[in-house]
Design a protein around this ligand. Structure first.
Ligand SMILES: Cc1cc2nc3c(=O)[nH]c(=O)nc-3n(C[C@H](O)[C@H](O)[C@H](O)COP(=O)(O)OP(=O)(O)OC[C@H]3O[C@@H](n4cnc5c(N)ncnc54)[C@H](O)[C@@H]3O)c2cc1C
Length: 566
């Protein structure tokens, strides 16, 4: 991957050197210190760099925008905070969720845009603009084709839709896992996007934090103020600026302001990757300052996590090392996507010892019960704190949070009886015993059942969350995910509310143009990916690969529209 672009520097810098240095220092600690807003720039002249299209952030959305703008013949400059392009996308699974995609067609798997629409409408329950769903569905297959044919990305099928039983849902074919040049997952997708953009002449300015949009007197966005090594640079954008800065999952203030309840952490994989750490809401703030309307702000791509001792220090170190990202480690925040919580012999309970969910559901749905409040007494968050509980049969076979069998780390609580485990974890003991007795009554039947939360009724529960070998042998058998907790010792750990990205931001239309609070397009401003108020589109995470597909599709549309305007 290339070095940062060298830009010529003006002698006189608007905002002054002192401001710029403070801004740079603040950025090293990520979201904890906000840099001061640059002073109002004059719109005339004095640019450090110029391009037709300026893309801010190079994850899937920025990658989509940069390739399409370059493909359409525009000059493109990418400003990226990290020293390595790729963002959260680079450390992700890299899957794209696209109904009626070319690989399904090739493999003879039946699907249609109409079925995709039916499924997405069901998931959103009316909470989305139809235009965004239509644009996603109509352009998704074209973008996948572009990735396959032009970028040489190879795909294979991944997990089922999260709700394959819904009208229009599918068990196979919509989730596509990428491979490229010997790489897999998000690394493959981002390497393919990067290589193609470089081949097309796209320029990169790394370690560069964009902070403010510049508008002319008519309200058109004509450039960006950014900082590189604490020095201010002004970048002119002749045709458009694409905000592709990711979500705000690391900014505690924004999380508290906009999310529907407590979010304790976010997930980033891959030690030494640098990915995702600048998801601090910079793009959101720039859009708001430019007058953007917002949407979907209380939504995120939810997931439950285990927070192991030392996690807060590790996050701080990760930020400190963002520039020297290879030093960073990532061991203490562990996402339970569907790794342990849905295995037979495991349940999740709240402080009262009561179950409150289908433990085998998809990871976005799993975070929903964390936002329920009691309607009596102290009006507590009903399901916080929450605990994963397993018996010894489960523990020796699957374990929890990366540990099992004889390896019982300090962060796992072990006890001979359920009552003792409850007492150690701070759970109501009688409540837990009653819950396990009730759960076991149905989980011991043949076939096992869960009349309370319907665990095991969906193919997803059995195939994705349950025991993989059992599901391969008989995917219809609910025993893949259901078994009684019968034998001590018992094991437990607290599980927390988290996400793998927020997904609310600037309201966009079907061309990814940003819409202002009066419903008008902000000329020359685009947004895609988690900085856009897009979601899946809407409130639901439809299937594995939904965030990245949405990011690439709307990024692609943004780049095309910006590049092709007169
Ligand atoms: C472990 C993990 C696995 C996942 N797996 C999948 C999956 O398989 N499929 C899927 O669809 N989703 C997955 N997700 C979610 C998905 O990865 C993200 O939602 C998606 O990658 C976000 O893309 P983006 O382009 O919006 O943001 P990002 O990929 O985060 O890119 C934003 C970029 O903007 C840069 N940036 C931020 N602020 C500035 C600034 N001020 N100036 C310049 N640059 C800036 C950032 O450094 C970053 O590089 C996963 C998430 C995680 C954490």
């Amino acid at each position: 991957m290339s070095d940062s672009l060298n830009v010529s520097r003006r002698k006189f810098m608007i905002g002054g050197l002192a401001t710029a240095v403070v801004a740079g220092a603040g950025l090293l600690t990520g979201c904890t210190t906000q840099s001061p807003a640059p002073q109002e720039p004059d719109a005339a002249g004095n640019w450090d760099a110029e391009s037709d299209v300026v893309v801010i952030g190079f994850g899937c959305a920025g990658g989509g925008a940069a390739v399409s703008a370059a493909e359409a013949g525009a000059s493109v400059l990418v400003l990226e905070s990290l020293p390595i392009p790729g963002g959260t996308t680079r450390v992700s699974g890299g899957a794209l969720w696209v109904p009626a995609n070319p690989l399904q067609k090739k493999e003879g798997i039946k699907d249609s845009i109409e079925e995709g629409r039916q499924y997405m409408q069901k998931g959103n329950d009316g909470q989305v603009e139809e235009e965004l769903i239509n644009v996603y569905l109509e352009n998704g297959p074209k973008v996948v084709e572009f990735l396959m044919n032009k970028l040489q990305v190879e795909f294979k099928f991944g997990y089922p839709d999260y709700h394959p039983e819904w009208p229009g849902g599918k068990r196979l074919g919509r989730s596509l896992s990428p491979a490229y040049n010997g790489k897999g997952s998000g690394e493959a997708l981002m390497a393919a996007l990067y290589d193609y953009t470089v081949a097309k002449g796209v320029k990169f300015s790394l370690n560069t934090h964009a902070k403010k949009l510049i508008k002319d007197d008519s309200g058109k966005v004509i450039g960006v103020i950014a900082y590189q090594d604490g020095k201010e640079m002004r970048v002119k954008a002749n045709k458009g600026v694409v905000l592709a800065t990711g979500g705000f999952e690391w900014d505690k203030t924004l999380l508290k302001t906009y999310q529907r309840g407590p979010v304790e952490a976010s997930v980033v994989f891959n030690p030494g990757s640098g990915g995702g750490i600048y998801s601090c809401g910079d793009g959101l703030r720039m859009a708001m300052e430019a007058g953007a309307d917002l949407r979907n702000m209380n939504e995120s791509w939810g997931v439950m996590v285990y927070l192991l001792p030392g996690w807060e220090e590790e996050v701080a170190n990760y930020r400190q090392n963002a520039k020297d990202y290879k030093k960073s480690t990532w061991k203490t925040i562990m996402g339970d996507w569907f790794l342990w919580r849905g295995k037979p012999g495991t349940i999740i309970v709240n402080k009262d010892g009561k179950r409150f969910m289908n433990e085998a559901c998809d990871y976005d749905t799993s975070a929903y019960p964390f936002y329920e409040r009691d309607t009596y007494g102290e009006n507590r968050w009903r399901n916080l704190p929450a605990f994963v509980i397993a018996d010894s049969v489960q523990w020796s076979k699957y374990g929890i949070a990366g540990a099992k069998g004889d390896n019982v780390p300090d962060y796992i609580t072990k006890a001979d009886t359920l009552a003792e485990l409850a007492q150690k974890l701070g759970i109501d003991a009688k409540g837990l015993e009653a819950t396990v007795a009730e759960f076991n009554k149905y989980a011991s039947q043949k076939p096992p059942k869960d009349p309370l939360f319907h665990r095991g009724e969906s193919y997803f529960d059995r195939f994705a969350s349950g025991d993989y070998a059992m599901a391969q042998a008989d995917p219809e058998n609910p025993a893949c995910t259901l078994a009684p907790l019968t034998k001590g010792p018992y094991y437990g750990i607290q599980i927390h509310s988290a996400n793998c990205g927020t997904c609310g931001g600037a309201r966009i239309n079907g061309k990814a143009q940003v819409i202002d609070v009066h419903g008008n397009v902000i000329p020359n401003l685009y947004a895609a990916g988690n900085v856009a108020g897009l979601g899946g589109p809407g409130i639901t995470y439809h299937g594995p690969g939904n965030p990245i597909a949405g990011g690439v599709i709307f990024g692609y549309l943004a780049g095309t529209d910006a590049a092709t305007k007169a």
